[in-house]
Design a protein around this ligand. Sequence first.
Ligand code: CO
Length: 141
Amino acid sequence: MSGTRLDHIAIAVRSLDEALQFYKDQFGLECLEIEEVTEQGVRVAKLDLGNTHLELLEPLSPDTPVGKFLQTRGPGLHHICVGVDDILSKLDCLKSAGTKLIDEQPKLGAGGARIAFVHPKSTGGVLLELSEPAQHGASDH
Ligand code: CO
């Protein structure tokens, strides 16, 4: 059975506090956790959207990928994330199909997940993240 699913949608914001306030006041969404992911240069706030998660990304500094994104494009949709069971074999498949990858090897993402980004050129113009959840216990669903 394929475990491919929508894992989260990520929005780049200038202020985590402001964005969290908006989603709390207007949609009643509570922040599940805030995590600093130094490898990606972001602070990530995770909100429960029922069947998926919403992630708000605030850059740790202007010279990070999300910091540069904000400077050139402003706040907005940053990426969608597809959860997969086996990221290494998925990356191999994509590579052999000639898909343009940003990360040829998985990196460490929020929650200890192994992640890799696929270039928008190959996905219809949307930055696509692949994520294999951390294997320790039932921390996620
Ligand atoms: Co993400």
